[in-house]
Ligand binder design. Structure first.
Ligand code: ADP
Length: 590
């Protein structure tokens, strides 16, 4: 519980700073907010003028027997109520416009910022957490910007005006009625403390409950495979029970406080009526004034309750904003340089060491390899040796911690990101497919490509015929994550993306999972065509890929252990040689 509380609570200064920054971001909505404030003022005034008119009507109209004044008072009352109603409606519209506009801008800004982050950012932030920033935290804030700010302004305004009106009517009555204030102040402080703790508790339980729900649904196959449905439900029942308890507790905290404030309101009215009656008896004030006073008092206590509640909303919004700002303040690790990369050149890895973000152990040490223009290099080695890491660094998904990587003599750090992503393309093991057609998915690599270029790219890797057999051809919908396509077809889409960009250097992470033999041949042929005439670095798992490479780099425990052609390395009699002889024994037909 402690951890969550620390996480969700900011100290006063930090909260103030965060809110000030949010306010500066709300600048574009200045006019809308100003309009909202005008309507808040009008509707609040309307609410407060009601009792004053009632007092005037009773004292001047009924007590003094002046019928025309009574009529005027009745009409004025109706007019004021109608104006207050209309202004109240407008204030909601303007406040929501400003609030929703602010949230929309914040959402877009955060999404855009996340999209631009380097891979290292996603090592440090889990996707689930990022999604909750964009949903739950923005939701928390919407509570504040939608009605919280409105209530805050309205409540402060209402309390101030009500006090002025009450003092103007009778200072003696005002002081007498406000005798209950110390009780309310002490109770409000206690309520703020207790309800904040209760709120954090509920929030934590909701989080737990949600993650259990998510795991239960995502993992349902595994759960059913081991017949653990009952156990899962029992766990869920337990977490649901604590969620229920914390909800009930938080409602208890609210009810005693609201009950108390209401009771104090009644006590204040009783005092006002008692003392008011005595003052009427002495002829100091009229009955109408006392009635108006009691009606005003009734208006005073609701905003006091609202302000206490608002305190929590402001606190949790500040915490949510703080988390969002920490994301918005993260600069991408991989930044664009000034120089465009030439089409041809050697890819030189020079004394490179690398440690992943948020970790301390280096996974690569002192790796130096020169990949010549047009060369095909296979990276081999045991799982976890660092092969994929070398590949990711060559494509500048990360920058090396030590040493440098250059292409055509230009340090990748100095290259423009746009030319880099044109010259060097990474084809991951499993390319992600988005909703849409096959053509849409290939076009993601270069949205400005013409239909002909698209077909050429598919044809270049020999995939056009395959997809043309589909009823809708390349306009076939792939469905969610490409579930309409087979694993091999998904790989073809991913290779066609690379072909569309037509890069000088290809970095491939060869799929470890095997395809059915028929599809495998098509994918391999597509790969061969794609690699033709390009520098290729492939994290290789298949013997045929390794044999087809010009040179082989053996990576072991983050170091370059051996480098050479197949024959040279077999001759060397080292690690590669023993791997190769193991392959020969287990796969005599290859
Ligand atoms: P290989 O491709 O040879 O199987 P990798 O290059 O994927 O090996 O991984 C090398 C080491 O780096 C492994 O110990 C792995 O656990 C670690 N590693 C890989 N990716 C990350 C990451 N994003 N964050 C932290 N450590 C990682």
């Amino acid at each position: 519980m402690g951890g969550v509380a620390d996480d969700d609570k900011l100290d006063r200064d930090a909260a103030r700073q965060v809110l000030r920054r949010a306010l500066s971001m709300a600048a574009p909505f200045k006019r809308t907010v100003a309009a909202a404030l005008v309507f808040v003022a009008i509707s609040t005034l309307g609410v407060l003028l009601g009792p004053v008119i009632v007092g005037w009507g009773i004292d001047s109209g009924i007590d003094d027997g002046d019928r025309s004044t009574l009529g005027r008072a009745a009409i004025a009352y109706v007019v004021v109520v109608v104006i207050a109603y209309l202004a109240g409606r407008q204030q909601y519209i303007f406040v929501n416009r400003a609030g929703e506009g602010f949230l929309r801008a914040l959402r877009v800004r955060t999404f855009d910022h996340i999209q631009r982050q380097s891979l290292g950012f996603f090592d440090r932030h889990q996707s689930g957490v990022l999604i909750s920033r964009m949903t739950a935290d923005i939701e928390t804030m919407s509570e504040l910007v939608q009605w919280g700010l409105l209530q805050l302004v309205a409540a402060v305004f209402l309390i101030a005006i009500a006090l002025v009106l009450m003092l103007a009517m009778s200072w003696q009555l005002t002081i007498a009625a406000l005798l209950v204030m110390p009780v309310i102040i002490v109770a409000s402080r206690k309520f703020q403390r207790d309800s904040n703790a209760a709120y954090l508790e509920v929030r934590e339980r909701v989080g737990q409950n949600l993650s259990e729900l998510q795991e239960g649904i995502a993992g349902v196959r595994v759960i059913q495979a081991y017949a653990q449905e009952g156990e899962q439900t029992r766990q869920f029942v337990r977490s649901n029970r604590s969620l229920y308890r914390s909800h009930v507790h938080s409602i208890r905290v609210s009810t005693w406080y609201f009950g108390l404030v209401e009771a104090m309101g009644v006590v204040a009215s009783a005092i006002a009526i008692g003392i008011g009656g005595w003052l009427v008896g002495r002829g100091d004030v009229g009955i109408g004034t006392v009635i108006a006073f009691v009606l005003l008092l009734a208006q005073l206590f609701e905003p006091v309750q609202q302000l206490s509640q608002l305190y929590n909303t402001v606190q949790s919004s500040a915490a949510a904003l703080d988390k969002l700002f920490s994301i918005l303040d993260t600069e991408p690790d991989v930044v664009s340089g000034e120089r465009d990369l030439e089409r041809h050149g050697d890819l030189v890895v020079d004394g490179v060491g690398f440690t992943y973000p948020a970790t301390t152990t280096p996974v690569l040490r002192d790796v130096s390899i020169t990949v010549r223009d047009g060369e095909r290099l296979a990276l081999v080695g045991p799982t976890g040796a660092g092969k994929s890491t070398v590949a990711k660094l060559m494509a500048r998904l990360y920058d090396p911690t030590v040493g440098r990587i250059s292409f055509g003599g230009v340090d990748l750090r100095d290259s423009t990101l746009s030319s880099l992503r044109h010259r060097v393309v990474v084809v991951p093991q499993e390319g992600f497919l988005f909703g849409g057609s096959i053509a849409d998915n290939v076009r993601i690599a270069r949205p400005d490509a013409t239909d002909d270029e698209l077909r050429e790219a598919l044809d270049a890797i020999g995939a056009l015929d395959r997809f043309s057999e589909f009823e809708d051809g390349i306009d076939t919908e792939v469905r969610e994550r490409g579930s309409r396509l087979s694993a091999g077809e998904r790989q073809l889409v991913s290779l066609a993306r690379a072909a569309l960009v037509d890069p000088a250097v290809l970095v491939l992470d060869e799929a470890t999972s095997s395809l059915d033999p028929g599809t495998e041949v098509i994918v391999e042929r597509a790969l061969d065509r794609l690699m033709e005439g390009r520098t290729t670095i492939v994290v290789a798992h298949r013997l045929s890929t390794i044999r087809g490479a010009d040179r082989i780099a053996v990576i072991d425990e983050g170091r370059l252990a051996e480098l050479g052609t197949h024959d040279e390395l077999v001759e060397l009699g080292g690690r590669y040689a023993s791997l190769a002889s193991a392959w020969d024994r287990s796969l005599p037909t290859v």
